[in-house]
Design a protein around this ligand. Structure first.
Ligand code: CA
Length: 226
């Protein structure tokens, strides 16, 4: 599926012009004339990139940007700020709020499309680097939920992957069974400590040569190292 770009811009002509060019460049476009319907749409679907006008009728774009960049699950969505304001301070503020780029009006749609492509490439590289690698040959791709050992893919259940990722993101730190349970099975009372041991045993079996990366700290819990 083509990447989806949300355009939040209250000037209809500009919004249409942007949409036209982005569609021609192969993107899907969702346009919003105000901030509120855009924010509501995030509950249904998150776009791959947001083009955000700073002067909106119902909100300040900077506030929207600040919200996006501080919200769990949304903060990785790249944001390009669009504005007629020529004030340098706005640009600085926008970038401080976490915006990925800034385009001043009037702009050429071709220039904007080029910026969109550049920002998306940067975001992809960022997410690619979200792979965790260990000396034992274990590698985890947190975006794709995939694990491999020396290039060989390991088939894990979703629980096994989450358990492995939880430990792997904090290498060297020991977690008790209780901490692991709380993280993976929040509030489910029927889960017992032994559940963790069972999953760890299965994980080790599947990891084969790299099984030693999961260390059992007797009487305490587990950690990942090496
Ligand atoms: Ca505006």
């Amino acid at each position: 599926m083509n990447p989806c770009i949300a355009v939040v811009e209250d000037e209809k002509d500009i919004a249409e012009l942007i949409a036209l060019h982005l569609q021609k460049a192969g993107f899907q476009v969702q346009s919003y004339l105000e901030a509120r319907p855009f924010l509501a749409s995030l509950k249904r679907r998150t776009p791959d990139l947001v083009i955000l006008d700073l002067m909106l009728p119902d909100s300040d774009g900077l506030e929207v940007c600040r919200y996006l960049k501080s919200a769990p699950g949304l903060s990785a969505i790249p944001v390009i700020i669009l504005t007629a304001r020529t004030d340098e301070a706005d640009k600085v503020l926008g970038l401080e709020m976490g915006a990925d780029d800034y385009v001043a009006k009037p702009f050429s749609p071709r220039e904007l499309t080029a910026r969109v492509r550049a920002v998306m490439r940067r975001a992809e590289r960022r997410s690619e680097s979200k792979a965790l690698r260990f000396e034992s040959g274990l590698a985890l791709d947190l975006d794709r939920h995939e694990a491999e050992v020396r290039g060989r893919k390991v088939e894990l259940t979703s629980t096994e992957f989450r358990l492995l990722a939880f430990l792997a993101q904090r290498p060297g730190r020991v977690f008790t069974r209780r901490q692991i349970l709380d993280e993976l099975w929040k509030g489910e009372k029927i889960v017992i400590d032994r559940t963790v041991d069972v999953h760890i045993r299965n994980l080790r079996e599947k990891l084969g040569n790299a099984a030693g990366v999961i260390k059992n700290i007797r009487g305490v819990g587990y950690k990942i190292e090496g």
